[in-house]
Design a protein around this ligand. Sequence first.
Ligand code: NAD
Ligand code: LMR
Length: 329
Amino acid sequence: MALRVCVTGAAGQIAYSLLYSIAKGDVFGADQQLELLLLDIPPMMAVVEGVKMELSDCSLPLLKDVVATADYKEAFLNADVAILVGAMPRRQGMERKDLLKANAKIFEGQGKAINDYAKKTIKVLVVGNPANTNCLITKTCAPSIPAANFSCLTRLDQNRAQYQVANRVGVPCDKVRNVIIWGNHSATQFPDVSQAVVVTNERTPVYAAVKDDAWLKGDFISTIQTRGAAVIAARKLSSAMSAAKAIGDHMRDWWFGTQPDEWVSMGVFSDGSYGIPEGLIYSYPVKISGKEWSIVQGMEISDFAREKMDATAKELMEEKEAALSFLGQ
Ligand code: NAD
Ligand code: LMR
């Protein structure tokens, strides 16, 4: 049976990099037939029709159908997966949370539509910024769907961190494993390599492989925290190719699971693990099996980490309060 995958913001720049990769089987498997449900706003429908034409012209055997629509019901009806990209991106000088008011309405409406029309097993990935809090809004507005079915994207931060370490050590990126992104996809996030390893013939802790604690506790962290802004300053547009790659990584791992001894970072509904307030969408290290994620437990948290994990939780609490005040307006 074809999998019904809704991608919102289908006329935008991330979708343009993402759709080919999904449609050719990179994310849900080389044997999985797909129906793509492309949602954007009415003024962008001509552009979405153009994207649909190009998908047809790619001549992809897995692609059974493509629907271009501005109608929430049509976009989410019986959807198995929703990748919520459609939202306003930030411009130079803005923080992601500055988008909250503008974007909250979108996620409120789409949460309600997911609640009413999608399969109850739907997996939802929120990408539009501020991603964690937009995910919380979506989840709040879709009470008939289990909380575990909602996540937000922090895989781009994980990929950025893996690259920075791999580049320092001089190994390919896939040799760096178990980097953690804690908290918010924002400048307060905490990219943590205290549990990470470089895997060659042996597993070497990243601190031992890098041999530069000052960098790992200083510039490395701030580079990841501000990488999105650096891309905007350079491109005058926010990241798209790397965001699309990270979306594919996130969804593929959710679908097919993580490797033994390995974990990935996802923004998920907090159950209070590691002393983080319950009910936030907080990025944790997770293992995935049978399409279900579970937070990796039992890690020792240093005072250095504790302070950073709490600071990013505090920001998420503030965003949550603001977001809830926008609902129903
Ligand atoms: P873009 O401006 O190129 O495209 C956004 C698209 O969303 C536009 O086509 C717009 O018409 C559409 N849209 C607006 N309202 C909509 C609605 N109600 N329903 C459906 N579509 C709607 O932006 P982009 O570069 O593709 O970025 C999209 C979002 O992703 C931004 O909020 C950006 O900040 C965010 N982002 C997040 C991450 C992450 O790691 N979490 C990474 C990169 C970008
Ligand atoms: C990113 O991390 O590149 C995106 O969230 C876009 C942004 O606003 O930084």
